[in-house]
Design a protein around this ligand. Structure first.
Ligand code: X5A
Ligand code: ZN
Length: 473
């Protein structure tokens, strides 16, 4: 047998692996793919009354999304990640011990805790009896004593597992098909369908366990993520940018004013793009894309995150009526927003489902976003969207955000006068500006050359029109 060197030649591409990765070797084929996570355990969180009309945040939401990803072949092109239940310790990175035990344990495993004298008041009655006959915090935020704790811990654990693989470079990016949502859950408060704040817990763990320094959380659910804002309000290493219907505090949950910019060292690291002005007209693609152009992407680029987490609620998509919606954003628009976020953080972007109950809307939007994460070519935005100016109420809302945030983010200043422009006009203006910079640079080079010798400056711009003005030497 002729001697052959060991190493690359002996490992086929399919079995090549990264040495030294934690938990063994990571197959190459798993790299640079999109991760998906889902677990049927989350279906068990359901009101005892079983009426999905009274309770729109029902199991069918994630079942439908998962089926859609399967039917369209997207699931087969992604890497499926195994979920798990988050530990009580993990949940306590954001939530109080009492809140964690209250919603993170079932009567069965609570008894063990009780006997260890960890809990006194928790065995007392803790829920309201709802008009439907079930129990919960309110008609939105229902509870199933036997099954909800496992489901809510699974939702958190799924997001953690996916985000850690993306942050560690094992996956390109990911999408978590999870419920119940989390962004309204505060340290000790369950509300608005939410018990544990999956995205906030994941961000805390990425900081504490993986040492990730800068995390951007983008929240495009139509509701303000009061819980996420609270969790990082004084933290300059987690930038929270929320885009939500605000209506001067008259839309649930009422928080999320543009003046809420953070506190202490966190000042400037909380951005609320608070739409005000109701639904005449409703906000749509033009307004959301303009917000990304003038606020989200400039601030995000200036912050330069290591990882991007998205609280990806789809209740701003057409098909959701007030009070759970009222806007007209298309499902496809969210694929364009996803694609823009993929330009950040080396593409390390993780989307986690939050709100949205119109099944067509959340399936369409999830499908488009996963296709974007996979790098598929997107349908171009319609000409009408590119040519339309944002509505005046949206422009006013954006001007207010820029006025407040430009103190903290210098890239915003030059964008303030452009919020009323169509995307096409803004693109043309940006190109003109870039061309001017190029022309100025060549002018500087020419000037230096002219100063150094008597050779004509024409050679370096022979294909260009002659300059209008010559520099004064
Ligand atoms: C996650 C989410 C909405 C709560 C509405 C309360 N929550 N009426 O979309
Ligand atoms: Zn929502």
């Amino acid at each position: 047998m002729p001697h052959r060197p060991l190493g690359r030649a002996q490992s086929s591409p399919a079995t090549a692996s990264i040495k030294g990765a934690p938990m063994g070797e990571v197959p190459i084929k798993h790299l640079f793919t999109t991760g998906l996570v889902y677990d049927t355990f989350m279906l068990k969180h359901q009101c005892m009354c079983g009426n999905t009309h009274i309770h729109p945040e029902h199991a069918g939401r994630i079942q439908s999304v998962w089926s859609r990803l399967q039917e369209t072949g997207l699931l087969g092109r992604c890497e499926r990640i195994r979920g798990r239940k988050a530990t009580l310790d993990e949940i306590q990175t954001v939530h109080s011990e009492y809140h964690t035990l209250l919603y993170g344990t079932s009567p069965l495993n609570r008894q063990k805790l009780d006997s260890k004298k960890l809990l006194g008041p928790i065995s007392q009655k803790m829920y309201a009896v709802l008009p439907c006959g079930g129990i919960g915090v309110d008609s939105d935020t229902v509870w199933n004593e036997m099954h909800s704790s496992g489901a809510v811990r699974m939702a958190v654990g799924c997001v953690i597992e996916l985000a850690f693989k993306v942050a560690a470079g094992e996956l390109k990016n990911g999408f978590a098909v999870v419920r119940p949502p989390g962004h309204h859950a505060e340290e000790s408060t369950a509300m608005g369908f939410c018990f544990f704040n999956s995205v906030a817990i994941t961000a805390k763990l990425l900081q504490q366990k993986l040492g990730v320094s800068k995390i951007l959380i983008v929240d495009w659910d139509i509701h303000h993520g009061n819980g996420t804002q609270q969790a990082f309000y004084n933290d300059p290493n987690v930038l929270y940018i929320s885009m939500h219907r605000y209506d001067d505090g008259n839309f649930f949950p009422g928080s999320g004013a543009p003046e809420e910019v953070g506190v202490g060292p966190g000042v400037g690291f909380n951005t609320n793009i608070a739409w005000t002005g109701g639904v005449e007209p409703p906000m749509g693609d033009v307004e959301y894309l303009t917000a990304f152009r003038t606020v989200v992407m400039p601030i995000a680029n200036e912050f330069s995150p290591d990882v991007v987490l998205v609280s990806a609620g789809f209740d701003a998509v057409e098909g959701h009526q007030s009070p759970l919606g009222g806007y007209n954003v298309t499902a496809k628009c969210f694929s364009h927003l996803t694609k823009q976020l993929m330009k950040l953080a080396g593409g390390r972007v993780v989307l986690a489902l939050e709100g949205g109950h119109d099944l067509t809307a959340i399936c369409d939007a999830s499908e488009s976003c996963v296709a974007a994460l996979l790098g598929d070519e997107l349908d171009p935005l319609p000409q009408a969207v590119l040519q339309q100016k944002p509505c005046p109420k949206a422009a006013a809302s954006l001007e207010r955000v820029i006025e407040i945030q430009s103190k903290h983010w210098s890239s915003l200043q030059r964008l303030a006068p452009t919020v009323g422009q169509s995307l096409m006009d803004a693109q043309r203006r940006e190109k003109d500006e870039a061309d001017t910079v190029t022309a100025m640079a060549s002018l500087t080079v020419d000037t230096e050359q002219a100063a150094a010798s008597t050779v004509s400056t024409e050679t370096s711009r022979s294909t260009e029109e002659p300059m209008e003005e010559e520099p004064v030497l």
